[in-house]
Each structure stands twice: as structure tokens, then as C-alpha cells.
Design a protein around this ligand. Structure first.
Ligand SMILES: Cc1cc2nc3c(=O)[nH]c(=O)nc-3n(C[C@H](O)[C@H](O)[C@H](O)COP(=O)(O)OP(=O)(O)OC[C@H]3O[C@@H](n4cnc5c(N)ncnc54)[C@H](O)[C@@H]3O)c2cc1C
Length: 457
């Protein structure tokens, strides 16, 4: 009691408290710094970056264990990368891509596997249909769409089934979409997916989202931003309690308390339930958070002596609908001194292997890689693993995808301010939600919102 009493009496004051030092929190901080507002960023982890996290191999090759790729339409990310002097590497695409569907492994040079003309026509028709319907979903308020109720009643699995006319077309759509969302089709509402497409601009934009990656690792961008923000970032400070009225807010961690005019909360929506709000948040906001779990995802990095797949005429990109490996992509350094293969395991595949001992997990992964890329895949010199579902301050990845009935019923509360509380984070973005680009866009939106509210008072 004494300790709580002293935290409460030692309240420090700033204009704005930011909860979370992921890309959204840090971008909001950069914007506030430019405008000369005082702020503090309170971060639960012992590092900034949230879902962005890099490490190095034993011989100093940087690898990304969290977010990695960006696309040509990620203009905010491109700008930040240039501003902080980082280098972009185009994703290696020379050679054949592997598609493993229903147990059959196919090699192809183009963007589509070798399928019958009828199946290809079916896929192209589905693509046009998705783009067309997505344009009817407003990118900032999808719940207001005339189609919202109808699309939010059905899972993406039902949507794809209804709109496919060939088995091969349906299997291919499932393969690509499950990888992009990192979730099984049956887990996600059709409205959620169409909102993602709208927020990305089109399916083609989404398919280009893995065209580049940052040579120095995505966390280097985070660290450079964090350095420029200096002591305003307080690590190891999980926010436990937020007390507020119409005019002020006080934010408590175990060790600190901060009084401010506004608070910007950037945690993924599922983690809101870990913060005690006083008075309690409106029921719709709480119920939204309770329905906002992230899909399961494990990212593994296999490091080889050489990118051996290139010699065999393969690009290193392999999609599979078999468990556990869903996607592999070549992430080797430009100088080619090592072969680095990124391996993504999402949805039910992640759940199937997450509880295996590390060694058994690695055996399963290597077996799948041999099937996809050849015998040499059995001999990585190092393997790295990050199970994002087990991360206390994330609980999955890449981002929240809502099940049926959530967006149409509770979506409006996703980013509506409540008194002095404002919301950001990629889940609240109207452009590129679930991507790093979305985290930045959400931060730009919330900063304008907060400043305007302060000016009006
Ligand atoms: C495996 C994986 C791969 C991905 N790949 C890509 C990719 O290739 N390209 C891409 O663009 N995106 C990718 N993403 C998505 C991308 O990482 C996110 O969209 C983006 O980083 C989200 O940033 P954010 O700031 O909104 O949220 P977060 O990064 O989740 O930041 C929220 C922060 O809040 C902190 N926090 C939580 N609760 C509290 C609390 N109570 N008190 C204080 N702090 C708290 C967290 O620790 C975290 O630092 C990937 C994600 C994962 C997991």
C-alpha cells in the first residue's frame, strides 16, 4: 500500500502518454516531438519495437524474427527507411517458385502455379471479384458498408467456396490468403479480409507486400528512431491502470505514474483487457478487445552455408498447404556469404507444433523443407525460432483478424476516442492494416486527432 501511495503522490506531468513503443507508438512520439508537445512512451517489454525484432547469426548476419518485408506501396515505410539511412534489398525472385498443393509439388516461373486454363480463369475471376467487392467496403469505416452485415455473417472459407468454380482455383486462393493473413480461412470473417484488401488498395498491392526488406534488419529502424527519442522511452513499464475523466488521465505502471491531457494506447486490441480502466471502458470497446485474438504464428530462420536452392534454379519461395511449413522466402544477405531461409508457420500448423520440444520441432521443419527445396535443406548450420503466440506482450501475429460478427457489431469502437483516451496501432489503421505501414498511418492519424482535441479545449 505504501508503495502504491508513493507512486500516486510522485505523479509526473506530460501533455501526452503513449502506451507501447512499437512502430505506432514511436511514430506518434516522433510526430509529437516535431510539434513540441511533451510526452512519455511507456513500454512493457525490455526493448522497443513490439512485433519488430531482429537478431544476428553467429557470424553476424542480421535476421528478422518479426516483421520484415515491405512493398512498393508502403510509402511511409520507404520514407522512414530513407530518412534513417537504411538500405532496402529486393526479395530474391530469380528461378522457380514451388507450390505444394494437396500433396503435389509444382515448380513455376510465373506468379501462378501450372494449372488448367479453367482453374487459372477461375482464379483471375475470383481476384477481380474480391477487388470489386472490397471497393464497396469503406477503408476507415467498414462497418458502415451496405454489405457489412452480409459479409460479416460468413467466414472467409465460405466466401471462397461460394466464389470458386474449380477445386484447383479454390485450393490456390486458400493457399495464398491463409499465408497473407497467417490464419485459417475458417477463423476469419469475409468482411475482415475484404477490409484488409481495401486498406491495401488491391490484391496486386497485397501480393507485392513482400518485395523488399531492410538489409540492416527492421529493428535497426526501430533502434534509430528510439535513439532520436532518447529518454522519453521508458522500458519494462507495463501499463497496469488508466484513471481518467473528461479532462485528464493518469497512467500507472508498477513503478511510475504520469498525469497527462491525453493518452494514446497502441497495444494490439487483445492486450487491452490486461489494463484496468477506471471508470471502466464502454461495454462495446471491452467486448471488441475480448474478441480480438491474434492468429498463431511461428517464424523460423534456417541459416545455410550457401543459398543452395539458387543453384538448383529455385528462388527459395515455396508455398505449401501441408503442415507445418506454409511459406519459405530467401532472406540471404546481398553478399551471399550465407543462405538464409525465412520459414513461416501459421494458423493450425503453428498450434500443432508449438508444444513440441525444440529439437522435434526442428526435425519437422527440416522434413518439410527437404520436401519443398531438396535434400540440402536438412543441414542448416543454425536455426532460430520465434513463437509469437507465446510472447506475453503480443500473443500472435501478424495482426488481429476478426471472426464473424465482430466488425459489424463492435468495429465502430475500434478507434473512437473515449474521453482523453485515443487509439492507435496497426489494427486501427485504414491503410495497410496489419502491416508496419499501417502502424505508421495509425500514428499519423492519432497525432492529428490528439492535437486537435488539445487545441479545442
Ligand atoms: C511474425 C510476424 C511477421 C510479420 N511480418 C510482417 C512483414 O513482413 N511486413 C509488415 O509490414 N508487417 C509484418 N508483421 C506485422 C507488423 O509487425 C505489425 O503490423 C507492426 O509491427 C505493428 O506495430 P504496432 O506498433 O501497431 O504494434 P506492436 O508492434 O504490437 O506494438 C505494441 C507495443 O505495445 C506494448 N505493450 C503491450 N501492452 C502493453 C502495456 N500494457 N503497457 C505498455 N506497453 C504495452 C508491446 O510490448 C509492443 O511493444 C509481422 C508480424 C509478425 C508477428
Amino acid at each position: 500500500m505504501e508503495k502504491i501511495g508513493s507512486i500516486m503522490s510522485n505523479k509526473k506531468k506530460v501533455d501526452i502518454v503513449i502506451v507501447g513503443a512499437g512502430l505506432a507508438g514511436l511514430t506518434a512520439a516522433l510526430e509529437l516531438k516535431k510539434l513540441n508537445y511533451s510526452f512519455v512512451v511507456l513500454e512493457a517489454r525490455n526493448r522497443p519495437g513490439g512485433r519488430i525484432h531482429s537478431t544476428v547469426t553467429s557470424d553476424n548476419v542480421t535476421i528478422d524474427l518479426g516483421a520484415q518485408w515491405i512493398g512498393p506501396h508502403h510509402k511511409r515505410m520507404m520514407r522512414l527507411i530513407a530518412e534513417y539511412g537504411l538500405q532496402l534489398i529486393p526479395t530474391y525472385r530469380t528461378g522457380n517458385t514451388i507450390y505444394e498443393m494437396k500433396g503435389k509439388r509444382k515448380k513455376t516461373k510465373g506468379k501462378l502455379p501450372t494449372l488448367s486454363p479453367i482453374a487459372i480463369a477461375d482464379i483471375m475471376k475470383m481476384k477481380r471479384k474480391i477487388d470489386k467487392i472490397s471497393r464497396k467496403v469503406p477503408f476507415d469505416t467498414p462497418w458502415t458498408s451496405k454489405l457489412a452485415q452480409q459479409l460479416d455473417k460468413i467466414t472467409l472459407a465460405e466466401f471462397i467456396k461460394t466464389n470458386s468454380h474449380t477445386k484447383a482455383g479454390m485450393s490456390f486462393s486458400k493457399l495464398l490468403i491463409e499465408e497473407a493473413l497467417c490464419a485459417n480461412l475458417y477463423e476469419v470473417s469475409a468482411l475482415d479480409f475484404l477490409w484488409c484488401i481495401r486498406a491495401a488498395g488491391s490484391i496486386d498491392h497485397l501480393l507485392a507486400a513482400e518485395d523488399y526488406w531492410i538489409a540492416e534488419g527492421a529493428e535497426t529502424l526501430i533502434n534509430r528512431i528510439a535513439e532520436s527519442l532518447g529518454e522519453t522511452i521508458h522500458l519494462n513499464q507495463p501499463v497496469l491502470r488508466v484513471m481518467y475523466d473528461e479532462k485528464t488521465v493518469t497512467v500507472y505502471t508498477e513503478k511510475e505514474s504520469w498525469q497527462a491531457k491525453k493518452v494514446i494506447v497502441t497495444t494490439p486490441p487483445n492486450l487491452l483487457t490486461r489494463i484496468c480502466f477506471d471508470p471502466p471502458l464502454p461495454a462495446s470497446r471491452v467486448q471488441l478487445s475480448e474478441r480480438a485474438g491474434l492468429p498463431s504464428v511461428i517464424k523460423m530462420i534456417c541459416v545455410y552455408d550457401q543459398p543452395f536452392w539458387r543453384e538448383g534454379g529455385l528462388s527459395g519461395t515455396a508455398y505449401s498447404d501441408q503442415n507445418p511449413v506454409k511459406l519459405t522466402i530467401d532472406s540471404s544477405p546481398l553478399d551471399g556469404r550465407r543462405g538464409v531461409l525465412t520459414v513461416l508457420i501459421g494458423g493450425d500448423s503453428a498450434r500443432q507444433i508449438e508444444s513440441l520440444p525444440l529439437e522435434s520441432k526442428q526435425v519437422e521443419i527440416k522434413k518439410a523443407l527437404v520436401r519443398l527445396l531438396g535434400e540440402k535443406a536438412a543441414f542448416p548450420i543454425e536455426m532460430f525460432e520465434k513463437d509469437w503466440s507465446a510472447e506475453e506482450w503480443t500473443r500472435g501475429g501478424y495482426g488481429t483478424h476478426f471472426a464473424t460478427g465482430v466488425i459489424s457489431q463492435f468495429g465502430a469502437s475500434l478507434n473512437s476516442p473515449i474521453g482523453p483516451i485515443h487509439w492507435a496501432g496497426t489494427e486501427t489503421a485504414s491503410e495497410w492494416r496489419m502491416y508496419m505501414e499501417g502502424a505508421i498511418q495509425s500514428a499519423e492519424r492519432v497525432t492529428v486527432e490528439v492535437i486537435n482535441a488539445i487545441i479545442k479545449e
